[in-house]
Design a protein around this ligand. Structure first.
Ligand code: ARG
Length: 399
C-alpha cells in the first residue's frame, strides 16, 4: 500500500499521475516545515495523553533524522507517494515501525499542508522583504557614487525639469522600501495556526490542544473556527503574489529606465562586459539582457496572481483538490522574485553613469525661471509662465 488512504484496491496509474501532477516534486520544499509541524503535533498528542513517551521519542528522532537526510539530498518525494505528507509518514513508519502510524491522529493532510505552507511562507516573506531592502541599499550606493551627476527629469519622455542620479535613485529606493514593508502585511494572514482543524471540521472525540501547537510553532493565534481554515487557503497566497507583482513592477520600471539610458542614443550608463551578453551574428553587440528579463518578470508574477485568484473563485466551502494547484504559481513567482532580488544589487553596483554624455536641454530650467519671477516680482504665476514662454520662442514671436 502506497498512499495513506490505500485500502487494497489498486489505483489506476493514470489517475495517480493526473491527481499527483507536479505536487510530489513541489512538496520537496515543504518537507522541513512539515517535519517541524509534525513534531509539534506529536508533542501535543503526548501532552494530551494520546501518545506514549516512547512513541513520541521515536517519532521525534525519526522525523529529525529524515529531515537531515532530506537536507543532504538522500531522499526525495516520489510520484507513488502522491505528496510530501505521505512520503514522510511512509518513511517514518519504515524507520520506526508501527509508532509511525500514530502521528496522524487528529490531523489531516488538509491542515498539514496549510501549516507547512504558512511556516514556509513566513520565511519567504522575511527573505523577499530583506531582498527588496538590499536592492534599495544598492540604489542608495549608486546615488552616493553619482552624487554630482545631473540627469534630465522626464515627463511624457520629454525633458521636463532638472533631476540628478541621486534623486532618480532615491525615488526608486523609497518605493522599493515601501514594497518591502507591504510584503510584511502578509504575516497577518500567515499568523494563524491551522493545526487541529484537521480535514476542516476538527477532530471529534479527541482532546486536542490547538493552543499548544500554536505556541510551539510561533503562530500568533489559533485559526478559528475550524471551518474558516480551508476557506482561507489561497488568500495569503494571493496577497503575497499581489505584493510580489507590485515589487516586480517597480523593479521593471527601474529596468526600463536603465534600458533607455543604455541605448547608443542616450549613452547615459555603462555596464561592465560581465553584466552584458553578446550576439551570435553581430560582433559589436553588448546586450543588456539582465535588465530586459527583470522588466519581463512582472508579467509572470501577474499571471501567477490571476491564477491563484481564479483557482479559489466560486469554490464551495471545505477542502477541494483544486487548492493543491495553488502551489505551482505561488512557488514560481517566489522563485523568480528571489532570483531577481539576488542579482539586481550586483547589477546596480556594476553600473556607472557617463556624465559627459548627459546633456540637459537649456529650456529645462523654464519652470524654475517662472518661479523666480513670481518670487522677485510678486506677479501671478500665469503671467510669469507666459513671459518665460515668450522669451523661449525668441524675438519677434512674443505674445
Ligand atoms: N497535496 C494536497 C494539497 O496541496 C494535500 C492535501 C490533500 N488532501 C486530500 N484530501 N486529498 O492540497
Amino acid at each position: 500500500m502506497s498512499r495513506l488512504w490505500d485500502k487494497g484496491t489498486p489505483l489506476d496509474e493514470r489517475v495517480l499521475r493526473f491527481t499527483a501532477g507536479e505536487d510530489f516534486s513541489l512538496d520537496e520544499r515543504l518537507i522541513p516545515y512539515d517535519i517541524r509541524a509534525s513534531i509539534a503535533h506529536a508533542e501535543m498528542l503526548h501532552a494530551q495523553g494520546l501518545l506514549a513517551a516512547t512513541d513520541l521519542a521515536a517519532i521525534r528522532d525519526g522525523l529529525t533524522a529524515l529531515g537531515q537526510a532530506h537536507a543532504r539530498g538522500e531522499w526525495h518525494v516520489e510520484l507513488t507517494d502522491e505528496d510530501g505528507h505521505t512520503a514522510l509518514e511512509r518513511r517514518l513508519t519504515e524507520r520506526i515501525g508501527p509508532a509511525g502510524g500514530r502521528v496522524h491522529l487528529g490531523r489531516s493532510r488538509n491542515d498539514q499542508v496549510l501549516t507547512a505552507l504558512r511556516l514556509y511562507l513566513r520565511e519567504v516573506v522575511a527573505d523577499l522583504s530583506a531582498g527588496a531592502i538590499s536592492v534599495a541599499a544598492a540604489l542608495d550606493r549608486l546615488g552616493a557614487r553619482e552624487q554630482a551627476t545631473a540627469l534630465p527629469g522626464y515627463t511624457h519622455m520629454q525633458q521636463a525639469m532638472p533631476s540628478s542620479v541621486p534623486l532618480w535613485a532615491a525615488g526608486f529606493a523609497a518605493e522599493i522600501r515601501d514594497d518591502a514593508q507591504a510584503l510584511r502585511h502578509v504575516d497577518r494572514r500567515l499568523g494563524r495556526s491551522p493545526l487541529g482543524s484537521a480535514a476542516g471540521y476538527g477532530a471529534p472525540g479527541l482532546p486536542l490542544d490547538r493552543e499548544a501547537t500554536r505556541a510551539k510553532l510561533g503562530f500568533a493565534a489559533v485559526h478559528e473556527p475550524v471551518t474558516a481554515v480551508q476557506l482561507s487557503r489561497g488568500k495569503a497566497e494571493a496577497e503575497l503574489l499581489f505584493h510580489i507583482t507590485v515589487l516586480l513592477q517597480d523593479l521593471g520600471r527601474l529596468a526600463a529606465d536603465l534600458l533607455l539610458f543604455y541605448t547608443q542614443e542616450f549613452g547615459f550608463v555603462r555596464l561592465p562586459e560581465a553584466f552584458t551578453t553578446g550576439s551570435s551574428i553581430m560582433p559589436q553587440k553588448r546586450n543588456p539582457d539582465v535588465f530586459e528579463l527583470i522588466r519581463a518578470r512582472s508579467a509572470t508574477a501577474q499571471a501567477c496572481l490571476l491564477e491563484a485568484l481564479a483557482l479559489c473563485a466560486k469554490l464551495p466551502s471545505g477542502y477541494q483538490r483544486d487548492l493543491q494547484l495553488l502551489k505551482f504559481p505561488l512557488f514560481r513567482a517566489i522563485d523568480l522574485t528571489q532570483q531577481t532580488l539576488g542579482l539586481l544589487p550586483a547589477a546596480l553596483d556594476a553600473l556607472s553613469f557617463r556624465p559627459e554624455r548627459i546633456r540637459l536641454d537649456p529650456a529645462i530650467h523654464a519652470a524654475e525661471e517662472a518661479n523666480r519671477l513670481v518670487m522677485s516680482e510678486g506677479i501671478p504665476f500665469r503671467e510669469a509662465y507666459r513671459r518665460v514662454a515668450a522669451k523661449l520662442k525668441g524675438p519677434g514671436s512674443a505674445g
